[in-house]
Design a binder for this molecule. Structure first.
Ligand SMILES: [Ca+2]
Ligand SMILES: [Ca+2]
Length: 281
């Protein structure tokens, strides 16, 4: 999830560098006023560096009274020292600076995202008389959850994967409006999609390369096998003419088979006694 947020932030920054700063608000131009909106990017000022001795208050309001405000920072750059914040942004959970203070922000460490408890948030930016930095960039969004007795309107709202409901026009507008960034997933032309396409192309190229290497290996083995058979047959010596003649005679004139018959035993006639036995008395 955090990885997807990093990629989305990277994609948003890259798109801003390509498309410019269109479709954004600037807090310095709206000091002491209210901004009621479905969701947009808000910069501290234009151009690059904020002014000294600034004390600017802006109230953000939801479009509907059943909504809340979600804020997601892109980056911050407000002067800070070890002793504390020299320039800072304060955020109050309510319609003015007497509301509970949620947090005071300075330095360059990107704050975690957060939501209001009601329909408004108050921003107050204060700077001292020396050193100007770049300020901040954030995206604010009017939203409600599906479990807040208001289901997402399928025609006018987009339902995030975490059950947040935001205005349908905020889908694929190159700003992170859902807490889980799901409103910018798979959008055409985003860097997420481009990286996905590049990844698929690299995987396909690897598969093709492996297939070609496998085919080449099989062909090589087959060639080596054929060459080996040819060499073995060529190393046998040819038979001489005499051997050929002998072979032919052997095959055309079958040999007579003589079976061995042992001679009969010699009959000794000298020892033969053919007299009759004596007559009994
Ligand atoms: Ca300063
Ligand atoms: Ca969006």
């Amino acid at each position: 999830m955090e990885l997807s947020r990093i990629f989305t932030t990277f994609a948003v920054c890259m798109m801003l560098s390509v498309n410019g700063l269109h479709g954004a608000f600037y807090m310095r131009e709206m000091c002491d006023s209210e901004l009621q909106h479905k969701g947009e990017r808000l910069y501290s000022q234009y151009p690059k560096y904020y002014e000294n001795d600034l004390d600017c208050v802006l109230v953000l309001k939801t479009v509907h009274d059943y909504q809340k405000i979600f804020i997601d920072f892109d980056w911050i750059d407000l002067e800070s020292h070890l002793s504390g914040c020299a320039d800072y942004l304060e955020i109050y959970d309510g319609p003015d600076t007497s509301s509970p203070l949620i947090k005071r922000i300075c330095g360059s460490y990107r704050p975690a995202d957060f939501s209001s408890s009601g329909t408004s948030l108050t921003l107050r930016m204060v700077t001292d008389s020396s050193r100007r930095d770049k300020g901040f960039s954030l995206v604010f969004t009017s939203y409600h959850n599906t479990n807040d007795n208001h289901r997402c309107n399928s025609t006018s709202e987009f339902q995030c994967s975490n059950d947040q409901c935001i205005d349908a026009e905020l889908e694929c507008d190159k700003k992170t409006n859902c807490r889980d960034s799901s409103d910018e997933w798979g959008c055409p032309g985003t860097w997420l999609t481009i990286w996905a396409i590049i990844g698929i192309a690299i995987a396909a190229l690897l598969l093709v390369t492996c297939g070609v290497m496998l085919i080449c290996a099989c062909c090589g083995m087959l060639c080596f096998s054929c060459i080996g058979d040819k060499k073995s047959s060529s190393t046998e010596e040819p038979a001489t003419q005499q051997e050929i003649t002998s072979i032919n005679m052997t095959t055309t004139q079958p040999q007579t088979v003589h079976s061995y018959m042992p001679p009969p035993p010699a009959y000794d006639q000298g020892t033969y006694d053919d007299s009759l036995p004596p007559k009994p008395q």
